[in-house]
Ligand binder design. Structure first.
Ligand code: ATP
Ligand code: MG
Length: 588
């Protein structure tokens, strides 16, 4: 047990101005964290206790599924990353520890980087330690600090520059084994988040460039989330918007018959879908083709969508580029022969088609039939464009963003979209890292194979804040039992009174023997202040001692989540407190 006066819980009446969302405000107001700088936070004593509790729950669930804990360095030699498969993309988010020497001979690359995750460290480690199928499968995990140079750190612990993650990495002899490891981690995650008192849904997620792999994200539905999840309650379909598909385009859709000859017409000053949709042209967005120019690993490529659709950039990952970004107007004109706003892919109209790495069209483009597109000549468009007759297309694919109300790919019922916070991620990686680093094993025939890997992350500090975001009211936090910094708060209204102090100690001892962590508020504060703070820091059970009640032989018993205050006779303390603690622990 702990006395409030002997720990440090600096509660605040007002929340600092830069805290935007409920959980961020409450973390600050309840004295759980303090800000050092953008995305950098100190865990104050009570906050640290929650981190430790969440970490311990995570550890127990990982251990239960056979994962083995270790701890790797935070600082990585840059070579591990340069030699790995994702240096080009990952260097953007990594903090670099620059060459410490004088200006002379300063290395172009940093010598060390701060680890954003640890595939580049664990894979070489396993390569040197495990060589035989007899030592597989293995799953290693750690709980530690990660560093990411986030473009926009925000919402406190939600998107920080330095944060706590549990990361695990599985190594199997084959795909079937890797899927088993993956499913064990999925089960561990479900159990872990449930024990944290957090409602999550596992959604299918984007896997970027990693072919032959799959992934689920664990999402907490919340309006302040950074992700969109697309789901259908009836069919159970759920996916991150980056990955979601719909049944909008029938699989066997045939092209509309050409309505007439291709025809060029002048559209002076018209460079947007909206302008072409307005009078005098009146070409609705779903009758237009939108042509976007991107750069993939330094080469331009085109994406064709319906005018009314949006590109889901993450889906370009399926094209196999390491890095991609929108092309600049300077890069576009020499290739296309026109500026953005007049672009198209009608055969023969692209100035330098040989420069292109490909022309990729979304499936929904085939819904357009006879449409309108830019002529690759500033101020001109073409009408009566027929997809198969007129358009230059290398490959069709799924590139558009799904909208709410579109038919679910499974059941055909309308899809819904909601905001959510990603708290965990399971990923079947395949052999991308093991091949790159040579993490191979020999089978019983002395044949050598790359290990099949998975990686699995949980944002421990983000989970902490997600719990607060999901579990609060106007007065403060409502900690779920298992992750509360302490589970029982004993409030002493008369700390100067020996009888009150003795009863507080007795109640604390009873609660502790029943298995609870106890905090005793022994501060010489007014009752009003103590009750406000009690609600704010949100410990699940409050026992109040002192004042008239003590003279009458009672103390007060109140659950943070309930309205009513029960008066309990001191003679009943033992059974009342023991039963309450045991019941709460059993429910959690
Ligand atoms: P996001 O899409 O939110 O940027 P991510 O996909 O980059 O996350 P992973 O690399 O999958 O994240 O990391 C595993 C987990 O680490 C995430 O599920 C999330 O809970 C947590 N996490 C990632 N980035 C941050 C961050 N900047 N601050 C706090 N937690 C984070
Ligand atoms: Mg992720």
């Amino acid at each position: 047990m702990k006395y409030w006066s002997q720990t440090f819980i600096p509660t605040l009446k007002e929340s600092p101005a830069d805290a935007e969302i409920a959980s961020h405000k409450l973390l600050l107001r309840a004295g759980l964290v303090r800000k050092l700088g953008g995305g950098l936070y100190t865990f104050m004593p009570a906050g640290l206790r929650v981190v430790q509790k969440i970490s311990q729950l995570c550890r127990e669930e990982m251990d239960r599924e056979g994962a083995i804990e270790l701890s790797m360095p935070f600082i990585h030699p840059v070579e591990n990353w340069v030699d790995g498969p994702r240096w080009a993309a990952a260097r953007e988010i990594m903090y670099r520890v620059d060459h410490a020497g004088s200006g002379k001979g300063r290395a172009k690359e940093p010598e060390f980087v701060l680890g954003p995750t640890h595939e580049e460290v664990i894979t070489p480690l396993v390569k040197s330690e495990i060589t035989s199928y007899r030592d597989l499968p293995r799953n290693f995990y750690q709980i530690g600090t990660k560093f990411r140079n986030e473009i926009r750190p925000r919402y406190g612990l939600m998107r920080a520059r330095e944060f706590i993650m549990k990361d695990a990495y599985s190594f199997d002899v084959d795909d079937a084994g890797a899927i088993k490891s993956y499913n064990r981690m999925k089960r561990a995650y479900t159990a872990f988040f449930t024990r944290c008192g957090l409602k999550t849904i596992a959604v299918e997620a984007d896997t970027g460039v990693m072919g032959g792999s799959f992934s689920h994200e664990f999402m907490v539905p919340a309006p302040v989330g950074d992700d969109d999840i697309v789901y259908c309650e009836e069919s159970g379909y759920s996916a991150n918007r980056e990955k979601a598909t719909s049944g909008l385009v029938p699989k066997d859709l045939a092209d509309a018959a050409p309505a007439g000859a291709l025809e060029e017409f002048a559209t002076p000053g018209v460079v947007t879908i909206a302008a072409l949709a307005a009078a005098p042209y009146d070409v609705a967005g779903d009758r237009q083709f939108k042509t976007l120019v991107y750069m993939g690993d330094g080469k331009p490529f085109l994406v064709v969508l319906r005018g009314c659709d949006d590109l889901e950039e993450a889906k370009l990952g399926a094209l196999g580029f390491q890095l991609w970004r929108p092309a600049t107007p300077e890069e576009i004109e020499p290739v296309m022969g026109a500026k953005p706003g007049s672009l198209g892919t009608v055969k023969g109209t692209i100035r330098n088609p040989g420069a292109l790495a490909g022309i990729f069209a979304d499936h929904a483009v085939r819904l357009v039939g006879n449409g309108t597109t830019g002529a690759n000549k500033d101020g001109f468009h073409l009408r009566n464009v027929n997809v198969s007759r007129d358009l230059e297309i290398t490959k069709f694919g799924d590139f558009r963003t799904v909208r709410a109300g579109e038919p679910d790919p499974k059941s055909g019922r309308p899809l819904q979209i909601a905001r959510a916070i990603e708290v965990g991620h399971v990923f079947k990686l395949g052999t991308k890292y093991s091949e790159k680093f040579g993490a191979v094993y020999t089978d019983d025939q002395k044949q050598s194979h790359p290990m099949v890997m998975g990686c699995y992350g949980i944002g421990i500090s983000r989970t902490l804040q997600a719990v607060v975001e999901q579990s609060n009211d106007a007065d403060g936090i409502l900690w779920p039992w298992q992750v509360a910094p302490w589970q029982v708060l004993v409030v002493n209204l008369d700390p100067a009174d020996a009888a009150a102090t003795a009863l507080c100690l007795k109640l604390a001892q009873i609660a502790e023997s029943a298995g609870a962590d106890v905090l005793i508020d022994d501060r010489a504060e007014r009752p009003g202040v103590k009750f406000k703070d009690a609600d704010l820091i949100g410990l699940p059970l409050r026992l109040t001692v002192g004042g008239r009640g003590l003279k009458e032989g009672i103390f007060e018993f109140k659950w943070r989540a309930a309205k009513e205050v029960r008066k309990v006779a001191i003679t009943e303390a033992e059974s009342a407190v023991t039963d309450a603690v045991r019941a709460a622990a059993a429910k959690a």
